[in-house]
Design a protein. Structure first.
Length: 198
């Protein structure tokens, strides 16, 4: 009898973490979803395989797909959302994310700091209080419209200088790149960037 492969990263393997689609079947203990529901999720660690035609996903990992998003847009959200949340997260989960920007959007249209202006001499800070993974999946689509800033879990501030401190050093993500660790100071350098306008 052949052995069963239990390694998610072994070859051959089907890749993919993010998924959006329609529920085709549910287990007997599933209560929140039914066949036909449109959902999206990030598959659990070591349970990749969302590039497959069908993929099993735990109920706790699923969230209803927002009606305002296409399936393609919804499929692009989960891992990006969790990566953004990991940018600055305290060990005791008091904060999900702190985003600082001088432009209204980054990535593929994520309006995380929607009130930011390039030339006002200020940095905009979007402070998101603790959210569970399912709450984060429901919260994150609002970032595409910038309407997340109206939620009670979000505090939105502006300042010329910002200092971020955490109980333990936390990794800083700068638009997808590693930018050091906390504590860190962010500041605006007026007219520091020279731009050629055609």
């Amino acid at each position: 009898m052949p052995s069963v492969m239990k390694c998610a990263t072994c070859v051959p393997a089907i890749l993919g973490h993010d998924v959006a689609g329609e529920v085709v079947k549910v287990g007997s203990r599933v209560r929140q979803f039914k066949a036909g529901d449109e959902v999206y999720a990030r598959a659990d660690d070591l349970r990749i395989g969302t590039f497959a035609e069908l993929v099993p996903v735990r109920e706790a990992s699923l969230a209803p797909k927002p009606q305002a998003l296409t399936m393609e847009e919804a499929a692009s959200v989960p891992l990006v959302a969790l990566t953004a949340a990991a940018a600055v997260t305290t060990r005791v989960r008091l904060v999900t994310m702190v985003a600082i920007g001088n432009a209204p959007a980054y990535g593929s249209g994520l309006r995380i700091t929607p009130r930011a202006l390039f030339d006002d001499g200020k940095l905009d800070v979007c402070f998101v209080r603790a959210l569970s993974k399912p709450q984060l999946l429901r919260f994150f689509p609002k970032v595409f419209r910038g309407s997340h800033v109206e939620l009670e879990q979000v505090e939105y501030l502006q300042a010329a200088d910002i200092r971020i401190e955490t109980d333990v050093p936390m990794r800083i993500n700068c638009d997808g790149e590693h930018g050091g660790h906390t504590p860190a100071v962010f500041t605006v350098l007026p007219k520091a960037l020279r731009v050629i306008v055609p």
